[in-house]
Write a protein that binds this ligand. Structure first.
Ligand code: CTP
Length: 426
């Protein structure tokens, strides 16, 4: 299989081989990132790897029992190694030690991982990690060349400080670099190519006690449709999502949350590098002031809940020194444009998408009807249509307005960049 074929489709199932090097600690983060991007991960560890990282850690992060041995009759009975070899779309070995590379180059099959590598027809990607002299050794060079000539894709290694105290090539790439390299990159073309878009979607749940909560009717459908449309437009998408019944769209960076506080913290934790922020979530404005750790009993004839304001994530992002391009949503039962305009100005947004709610509109429906407003009197109305169709139109408009903000074509540079006077509110 050629290396270029590897990137032809986004793998949904990755068999992650972990071999015995100190870089095995980075495998935990790699599993977390792959899972976050909605990829099923089955970890196979060598005995050497078990000296560096506990199987329990990788098991907890992958949600799958870690396989370590060819001779584990219980695990073999559940899924035999041939079946396991047929399961993945991709086999990734990270870290791949000099020993592992030598065994792969020679086609050995004397443990579970090496056997799987011979028995699978899935593409193989390795992320080498070793001392710089081991990497430079003619034996390793020759082994790597042999693997590459068979279509194995080699990621890295990086150059820099090594665990052994030396400096040079041999460091395993960082987990995020490996995850980005093996998951299909976003479309190279499209109006948002090269841009990172963060979208909030769905409702939040604010706990009253351990079994009850306050929430709202948001289904997440609009935010999900926008996430899919933004991916088709070439963007890398981070989806921060409250509890919904929808499966994560393939390929998004999936950041699930429950409460308004968690949504706020998650957005700010992952905001670096975001060019466009679209706040489609129906976030609670108020939450119960206290959440007792015991269930509230019905001892009284009436119960008053004290509520306190929840943090406003969109307003807080807008107050950053260099915020991304900001798109808000306004759901109103009456005077839709009047209230939406107020929010556009108050929260210093680049665009607001206003829709009427109630009477069967907007929440938990498959279609919607919106008016989009932007500073300087901009307005575009979209007739009632399926949320997917509206999402395509909204993303096209967002890309257009975003490009207009920076006519040079460079767009904004995310939270590290600047929001110049061209923003022109008012
Ligand atoms: N928003 C947010 N965090 C909150 C509340 C709202 O990020 N705690 C975002 C929503 O995702 C949406 C916009 O802000 O993009 C809505 O603004 P908001 O003024 O909160 O609208 P409503 O909740 O409808 O406000 P009001 O009750 O004042 O009409």
């Amino acid at each position: 299989m050629s290396a270029s074929a590897i990137t032809a489709a986004t793998p949904r199932r990755i068999l992650l081989g972990v071999t015995g090097g100190i870089a095995a600690y980075k495998s935990a983060e790699l599993v977390r990132l792959l899972r976050q991007r909605n990829v099923a991960v089955q970890v196979v560890m060598t005995h050497g790897a078990e000296q560096f990282i506990g199987a329990a850690t990788l098991q907890a992060l992958s949600g799958q029992e870690v396989r370590t041995s060819l001779w584990d009759t219980r695990a073999e009975a559940a899924m035999g190694h041939i079946e396991l070899a047929r399961w993945p779309d991709l086999v990734l070995i990270a870290p791949a030690t000099a020993q592992c590379i030598a065994r792969l180059a020679n086609g050995l099959a004397d443990d579970l991982l090496s056997t799987l590598c011979l028995a699978t027809d899935a593409p193989l990607v390795i992320a080498p990690a070793m001392n710089r002299l081991m990497w430079a050794h003619p034996a390793t060079r020759e082994n790597v060349r042999r693997l590459e000539s068979r279509g194995v894709r080699v990621l890295g290694p990086g150059d820099g400080d090594q665990a052994c105290g030396e400096t040079g090539p041999g460091r395993m790439l960082e987990a995020a670099q490996i995850a980005d390299a093996v998951l299909a990159p976003p479309a190279a073309a499209g109006p948002l190519a090269g841009r990172t878009v963060m979208i909030t979607a769905g409702p939040t749940r604010e706990p009253i006690d351990p079994v009850r909560y306050i929430s709202n009717r948001s289904s997440g459908k609009m935010g999900f449709a926008i996430a899919a449309a933004a991916m088709r437009a070439g963007a890398r998408v981070k989806l921060v999502c409250g509890p919904v019944a929808l499966p994560p769209p393939p390929g998004v960076e999936w950041l699930p949350v429950e409460t308004a506080d968690e949504l706020y913290a998650t957005v700010h934790r992952h905001l670096a590098g975001v060019d466009v922020f679209i706040a489609a979530a129906a976030v609670a404005d108020y939450r119960p002031r206290e959440c007792p750790d015991r269930k509230i009993k019905k001892d009284e004839s009436a119960l008053a809940l004290a509520l306190t304001r929840a943090p406003d994530t969109l307003a807080s992002v807008s107050q950053l020194p260099s915020p991304p391009f900001l798109v808000g949503f306004a759901a109103e039962t009456h005077d839709v444009e009047h209230y939406a305009l107020g929010k556009l100005e108050r929260k210093r947004l680049d665009m607001i998408v206003a829709n009427r709610v109630g009477e069967g509109m907007a929440f938990d429906t498959d279609d919607n009807e919106v008016v989009v407003l932007w500073p300087g009197g901009g307005r575009r109305a979209y007739a009632r249509a399926a949320k997917q169709t509206l999402a395509e139109d909204l993303v096209a408009l967002i890309a257009e307005r975003y490009a207009a903000r920076d006519p040079a074509g460079g767009g904004a540079t995310g939270t590290d960049g600047g929001r110049g006077p061209a923003r022109g509110h008012g």
